[in-house]
Write a new protein. Structure first.
Lengths: 314, 360
């Protein structure tokens, strides 16, 4: 009897597996191509792998694509996802799907690796310049990286035997192969992060109460100026690497220098029209601490970037 | 989680097939071979450390020496580069073997039986702490049974659900401990930690018990609704049961017996107090050789000593209301005790102060 129950459960799993590909297709299209704000909530990297895989499998979308990379400044630390720089850029640009792939504490190496992994699937990369060129070792297990980068950034690798076994099992059991893609498509993150982040709304919904409506994002009365510094430190190697890749793939890379550290003019002349450094001067009134933008600050930077891009457009 | 790695699952499936395919007398050797393969794959060079421990256990026959070596190797942060997987659990099992052989309770022990016991993969990661005679008999008597496979698979699924759906979600609330600034937040984080630790640890035990059950081997239970304990003694009869029984048999009872031979003989209360404090100081150190774990152990030792004195004057009652009150009080004290277990000592007092509204 119990053996029969086990076989019955296996039969159900096999039947369910039949419906997995169309479910994944629809959920991913809704997550990655519609207007819903995209951000790695709680700075959790779980959704990075599934997002990169989707973009690499679908190099063209219904709209132009842009990706923002960087640390908490671009992620929008302290801000709702809809108030962060990338989301405000998407609203102002109008015809562009924007992915906010920034995470708190990210460095230039992280942006270099993610940027290279998606370079053929996005039209423009906006990358925040940070202090160091390090990368998180876990990226080696999440996204495609080459052997040089594994050595350069001391990245982790999935054990080859484990990777082979996963691949073999994934061929016969589709639910196993795409479980992370399903979670990322349904929740925008892992199921556990979703439960954790939305416990209040879920509880209110269970009690039949509507959640509070978020206030409107304020527009900035103060403008942000963009320029290209003539002097300053040289561009870190990880950013130079990404600039070379952008140039060779004929994609646009915009390096956002919030700290006004690097010399931009010569670089911009050498890499035009593919890569440029934009020096961003954010007035203190648009930051809530030394570096992080207020909602109005993110609005002002987004507006300046959109205007800058329109000037540059052919 | 090693249990969900396909390398482990594949190895276990092969082990399961081989276990039932070989003649009964080769079963221990089969478990030993797969256990060593498991250790080699997941822990690499630390197999050598296990061989060293086995040699000590087999020839030196000095349980105290074994314990000290393992405490230093495994529990002093950064003491050694190679820390064998599940070393703390392994040590207690080996000490049990050494002591019981000295006591003459384990008379016959083949090398393959010992290796099967030591390297039994499901219980090697986070327990339960096995006993050699029961394990050897369970291996010898194991039968292929659909009921056992079904019960084992269900237990594994239960463990995975506890770990991934509950414990891992609670862990995100526990991670908020860095930013706690109010009494409400402090209680929320500490309560979340208490639940997370129970669910996580019992999930590992469920999975280990489930894997063993599919082989027809019954491992000892490790948890029995510990937060429903009506007093601290009952808590330790329900929480990490195999550890509690181990320290009772190999620390608490021998120490108490030794103290009865001293001038403390007329003072059984003092003997019990010293035994509880010493035993739980060791339990704390076993979790990590850091002052905060020793503090946690001493806290529980003190609670048990106080409860022991209380029991001398207040007999147990059958009242349901008193039992309910006991559950609440025990849960309260156990919860407070988790603070040094998951926070560094310098943050512990601040968290306690926040919990009781003393700090802001």
């Amino acid at each position: 009897m119990k053996v029969r129950r086990l076989l019955f459960a296996l039969l159900w799993l096999a039947l369910l597996d039949f419906f997995i590909p169309p479910i994944v297709r629809r959920a991913e299209y809704a997550r990655y191509e519609t207007g819903a704000v995209y951000r790695f909530e709680n700075s959790d990297l779980f959704a990075l792998g599934p997002m990169v895989r989707y973009l690499r499998e679908h190099p063209r979308g219904p709209r132009r694509r842009a990706m923002f990379l960087g640390n908490s400044v671009v992620f929008g630390y302290g801000l709702e996802a809809r108030d962060a720089l990338a989301a405000q850029f998407e609203r102002l640009a109008g015809d562009t799907r924007v992915f906010n792939a920034a995470v708190n504490g990210a460095e230039n190496g992280d942006s270099d690796l993610v940027g290279k992994a998606v370079i053929d699937s996005v039209d423009t990369l906006y990358v925040q310049l940070t202090l160091r060129s390090r990368a998180r070792p876990i990226l080696g297990t999440l996204i495609p990286v080459d052997d040089d980068d594994v050595r350069r950034f001391a990245l982790d690798r999935t054990d080859p035997i484990e990777a082979t076994l996963r691949s073999l099992l994934g061929r016969v059991w589709r639910l196993y192969a795409v479980n992370d893609r399903l979670q990322a498509a349904f929740f925008g993150t892992s199921a556990r992060q979703y439960l954790y982040l939305h416990k209040r709304e879920l509880l209110l919904a269970a009690l039949g109460r509507a959640p509070r409506k978020a206030p409107e994002t304020p527009r900035s009365a103060i403008a942000v100026s963009l320029s290209a510094r003539r002097d300053g430190a040289p561009l870190p190697s990880a950013m130079l690497d990404l600039a070379e890749v952008a140039k060779s793939h004929r994609k646009r890379l915009v390096i956002l220098d919030f700290q006004r550290r690097v010399a931009a003019a010569d670089f911009n002349a050498a890499y035009a029209p593919y890569a440029e450094i934009v020096t961003i001067d954010v007035p203190p009134a648009l930051r809530f601490d030394k570096q992080h933008l207020t909602p109005a600050g993110a609005n002002a930077v987004a507006a300046a970037l959109v205007a800058h891009d329109r000037e540059r457009a052919p | 989680m090693i249990f969900t790695e396909l390398r482990f699952v594949l190895l276990f499936v092969l082990c399961w097939i081989a276990f039932f395919a070989v003649p009964r007398r080769w079963r221990s050797a089969t478990l030993a071979a797969f256990g060593i393969a498991f250790y080699t794959i997941f822990a690499g060079p630390s197999v050598l450390a296990i061989v060293l421990l086995l040699t000590l256990a087999a020839y030196v026959r000095a349980p105290a020496l074994l314990f000290v070596i393992v405490l230093v190797v495994a529990k002093v942060p950064d003491a050694f580069l190679i820390v064998p997987l599940g070393l703390s659990f392994l040590t207690f099992e080996l000490i049990h073997v050494v002591v019981e052989r000295r006591r003459g309770r384990i008379t016959e022990m083949s090398l393959t039986d010992l290796l099967a016991f030591v390297f039994f993969a499901p219980a090697r990661i986070a327990g339960p702490i096995k006993r050699f005679p029961q394990f050897r008999d369970a291996v010898a008597e194991a039968e292929l049974s659909g009921d056992d496979v079904y019960a084992g698979v269900l237990r594994i699924l239960l463990g995975l659900a506890k770990k991934f759906l509950l414990a891992d979600v609670l862990a995100l609330t526990v991670a908020e401990s860095e930013y706690v600034s109010s009494m409400h937040q402090a209680w929320m984080v500490v309560l979340a930690f208490g639940l997370q630790l129970f669910l996580d640890f019992s999930a590992y035990s469920d999975i280990a018990i489930g894997f063993a059950r599919t082989l027809g081997i019954r491992l000892p239970e490790n948890f029995n609704w510990p937060y429903l304990a009506a007093n601290i003694r009952e808590f330790w009869e329900r929480w990490h049961i195999t550890l509690s029984l181990w320290v009772r048999d190999y620390i608490f009872t021998p120490l108490g017996r030794a103290l009865f031979g001293t001038r403390l003989r007329p003072y059984p209360g003092a003997i019990a107090t010293i035994s509880y404090l010493a035993t739980f100081a060791v339990v704390g150190a076993w979790h990590g050789l850091e002052p905060r774990f020793v503090l946690w152990g001493l806290y529980h030792g003190a609670l048990l000593a106080i409860f022991n004195l209380w029991r001398r004057y207040v007999p147990p009652s059958d009242s349901r209301a008193l039992r309910a009150l006991g559950i609440v009080v025990t849960f309260f004290f156990v919860t407070i005790g988790w603070v040094p277990f998951f926070l560094p000592l310098e943050k512990t007092t601040h968290m306690w102060a926040l919990m009781f509204g003393i700090a802001r």
